[in-house]
Design a protein around this ligand. Structure first.
Ligand code: BGC
Ligand code: CA
Length: 404
């Protein structure tokens, strides 16, 4: 009887200690959602009015980063593209009403978005119409000047609009079609040039039935349809924000973090140096430690170089890896966004399988954060998160869901 009791006790003891050990191991290997990588992309966590970057959100955990492109530099590239065009234009042709003034209209996009603000500033600075404000409206501009075919001419911003759709979506191409129609009617041959902060709105302007034929028009993004339109001589120019470099960098940072890299290696492996699989993004991607931001560079595209940007040119520096498959949940603020749906998502879908990243993409309606947040679910079954939110100041709402 005594022996049996001792034996039972022994078994119980062994079991308890085994269990305790197993439990401890399990606890050590469990990664909570709050400890997983969070990459914001394309819409930088920031104040919609001041544009100031939200470092509280960016410092959520040591695996939080932003991947985008150099927005200020891009605004300058866009402005330069327009200035370069004017420099070689014939004043007698471009100045349609011969009043000695170059009149232009501007499609802004999203007044609360850093990218939009940077482009408005870049254009207005280049043309001398900048007063320190990125808001729409003639009252926020002044008379500028530019050299047109060797002659200095006055430049005036005739009108500008945010381009919010009737449903509240920003960067809205239909709103641009309507606005352009109204401008063509009201301003007539005062319009010598149309500038748009993205290709979607530029292509929208060209859809207006009364678009003044031959008036130069500039976009931004280098979407496939815009590149084609440059080739066809319909669009004058655009700016490439290097979507391939951005999509790859978004995935590469996630890969690096999930592979256990720390410190500088997180933002250099596979980006500025080959990673353990021999992959490296071919284009330059800059890292700004103070904002934890990885930024692709911009280039101007016009009739002289559009062929280089034609579809199908993927980064040959990224090849199939044998990395362990990881699951990533990725949100897109608006399923109707021209740039994200026609350029960014195809790039993500091309590179993710090469990096063995199993992507689940959920998309919102571009109006209500809940349209995205309601699909930001089942969080325990993902290894990392990539977030593109409706409003640039909604980052916290996503992070709150990762808290528990
Ligand atoms: C693009 C726009 C796009 C926006 C979405 C910008 O960087 O240029 O076309 O609508 O991102 O956030
Ligand atoms: Ca004129």
């Amino acid at each position: 009887m005594k022996k049996v009791m001792v034996a039972t006790l022994l078994v119980a003891l062994v079991c308890t200690s085994l269990f305790a050990q197993g439990g401890a191991e399990a606890a050590a290997s469990v990664v909570t959602n709050a400890q997983k990588p969070v990459i914001f992309f394309n819409r930088q966590p920031s104040d919609p009015v001041s544009g100031v970057i939200d470092m509280e959100v960016m410092n959520w955990n040591d695996k939080t980063y932003y991947v985008g492109f150099d927005a200020a530099g891009g605004g300058a590239v866009q402005g330069q593209l327009v200035v370069d065009y004017l420099a070689t234009a014939d004043p007698a042709v471009i100045d349609r009403n011969g009043d000695g003034i170059i009149g232009y209209v501007l499609c802004i996009g999203d007044v609360g978005h850093n990218d939009s603000k940077a482009r408005t500033q870049g254009v207005r600075e280049a043309l001398g119409t900048w007063t320190g404000s990125t808001d729409p409206g003639v009252e926020n501009t002044k008379e500028g000047s530019a050299v047109v075919g060797g002659t200095e001419m006055k430049v005036v911003e005739l009108d500008s609009r945010a381009m919010t759709g009737t449903d509240g979506t920003t960067w809205n191409a239909n709103a641009a079609t309507d606005a352009m129609g109204g401008w063509a009617t009201r301003l007539g041959d005062q319009i010598d040039m149309v500038i748009s902060n993205n290709d979607g709105m530029a292509m929208g302007c060209l859809q207006a039935s009364n678009y003044p034929a031959g008036v130069p028009i500039f976009g931004y993004d280098a979407n496939a349809d815009a590149i084609e339109a440059i080739g066809a001589g319909i669009l004058t120019g655009t700016v490439s924000q290097n979507v391939d470099a951005q999509a790859t960098a978004t995935l590469q940072v996630i890969r690096n973090l999930l592979d256990g890299l720390t410190g500088d290696a997180v933002v250099t492996a596979g980006i500025s140096e080959p990673d353990q699989y021999g992959n490296k993004i071919s284009a330059d991607v800059e890292y700004l430690p103070e904002t934890k931001a990885l930024l692709a560079q911009n280039t101007g595209v016009n009739s002289s170089n559009w062929q280089q940007y034609a579809e199908g040119s993927r980064d040959q520096g990224i090849k199939q890896t044998d990395a362990e498959t990881k699951r990533v949940l990725l949100t897109i603020y608006n399923s109707g966004d021209n740039f994200l749906s026609s350029s960014y998502i195809p790039a993500l879908n091309y590179y993710a399988p090469l990096l063995n990243i199993d992507l689940t993409i959920v998309q919102g309606d571009g109006q209500n954060e809940s349209s995205c947040l309601d699909r930001f679910t089942n969080l325990n079954s993902f290894d990392a998160y990539a977030i593109n939110m409706v409003r640039t100041n909604s980052g916290r709402d996503y992070l709150d869901r990762l808290q528990y």
